[in-house]
Each structure stands twice: as structure tokens, then as C-alpha cells.
Design a protein around this ligand. Structure first.
Ligand code: SF4
Ligand code: SF4
Length: 199
């Protein structure tokens, strides 16, 4: 039997240009899996008055004084699994929301000054997920509007709540009290916060 010659497999040039419908498509470079991506930190739900996250992480001594000072047990130590933010104070509104105390004992207790009174006590913002909200499904429910501790942050019109994002501080009370089977409040921590004020 005559052996057929082995077919010659020609490697396509690495950077071969392609054309689809007359449009030249640049080759996509292979992903370099050895390249490390730049670490990005996710927004963290901090207590009121927390300064810029980078400055906060440098200045916070993880003393826990704000946790002890909070009369509503609204501040928790971040667990070890959260890496570089472990042991720093966080708000977990599903467990206990911030009640926006008038005198902010948490801020007053912070000796290193990473919780400060001179910046707005905005922790984030809340949004109503309408398809989960009882009031948007012909059920009478005004719980979030009644319990919100910030005047003007929630208005109820025609039985339906609307969150005013300019006034909302992201305290999380609405999320904490929402009785819907699947929580209708989406709570987002602030993406950025003002830096340490100059004195
Ligand atoms: S404002 Fe009051 S309830 Fe909120 S975190 Fe500070 S001490 Fe706790
Ligand atoms: S009191 Fe200030 S320094 Fe101490 S854990 Fe709270 S935020 Fe950090």
C-alpha cells in the first residue's frame, strides 16, 4: 500500500488580518493569564461620617470604640474573610440598620478622627425595586415611609414609596423593615466619600 504523504499543516500567521463583509477586523491578542489584574476595592458600607475609604483604612485603628458607642448595635466588625478591611467597622442593615442618632455617638467616640461630623453623614443610597415592592402590587404597605429616620428621604404618593436619592443617607432602615417576601429595597454603599477635612 502506498503511503500518502503527510498533509502539510501551515500555521496561520499569528497576526493574520480578517475581513468580514469588507470590514477589516483586528486580531484579538491572546489573554495573558500570567498578568496580574489591578486590585479594585468594592464600596464598603461604613458608619456615618466615614472619610474617604483609602484614608479611612490608614487611619482606623480597629479599636471598636464606635461599635461599643452605638446604642442600636448597628456597627459590626468586618469579618476576617474580608481581607484588608477585616476588623474595621461596617454597617449591615439586614441585621441592624443605623438609626441616624442626632448626636452621632459613633462619630464622637472615634479618637483617630476617621469618622467626622464635618462631612455629610451619607453612607450610601437606597432604591425601591418596584417589582418586589408590595405597594406596587395593590397591597397597602407604607412601612418604609413611616420608619425612615431621615425627613424627606421617602415620599409616599398614591400609596407607593419613592426614595429621594439626594436626601437618603443609606442608613438602611427601609431595607431592615421591608416586609416583602423578597426585600424590595436595594441598598448601595457610597462609591466615594469626602477626604479628611483640613483643620
Ligand atoms: S448614628 Fe447612631 S445608630 Fe447610626 S451608627 Fe452611629 S451610633 Fe449607631
Ligand atoms: S472608633 Fe474610629 S478608629 Fe475605632 S474602629 Fe471605629 S472608626 Fe475605627
Amino acid at each position: 500500500m502506498t503511503r500518502l504523504p503527510k498533509p502539510q499543516t501551515e500555521e496561520p500567521p499569528a497576526e493574520s488580518p480578517r475581513s468580514i463583509g469588507g470590514i477589516n477586523i483586528d486580531p484579538v491578542p491572546a489573554t495573558d493569564l500570567g498578568k496580574k489584574s489591578v486590585a479594585r476595592s468594592l464600596p464598603v458600607h461604613r458608619p456615618p461620617g466615614a472619610i474617604d475609604e483609602f484614608q479611612f483604612l490608614i487611619g482606623c485603628t480597629r479599636c471598636g470604640d464606635c461599635i461599643t458607642a452605638c446604642p442600636y448595635d448597628a456597627i459590626f466588625k468586618a469579618p476576617d474573610r474580608l481581607g484588608n478591611i477585616a476588623s474595621t467597622p461596617i454597617i449591615q442593615a439586614d441585621t441592624s440598620a443605623c438609626m441616624m442618632c442626632e448626636d452621632f455617638p459613633c462619630i464622637a467616640s472615634c479618637k483617630p478622627g476617621v469618622l467626622v461630623e464635618s462631612i455629610p453623614p451619607v453612607m450610601g443610597t437606597a432604591r425601591v425595586t418596584e417589582h418586589l415592592c408590595l405597594a406596587h402590587h395593590n397591597t397597602t404597605c407604607t412601612v418604609c415611609g413611616e420608619r425612615c429616620p431621615v425627613e424627606g428621604a421617602i415620599t409616599v404618593a398614591d400609596g407607593k414609596p419613592t426614595i429621594n436619592e439626594d436626601t437618603c443617607t443609606g442608613c438602611g432602615v427601609c431595607r431592615y423593615v421591608c416586609p416583602a417576601p423578597e426585600n424590595a429595597i436595594l441598598l448601595m454603599p457610597a462609591f466615594s466619600r469626602p477626604g479628611r477635612p483640613h483643620v
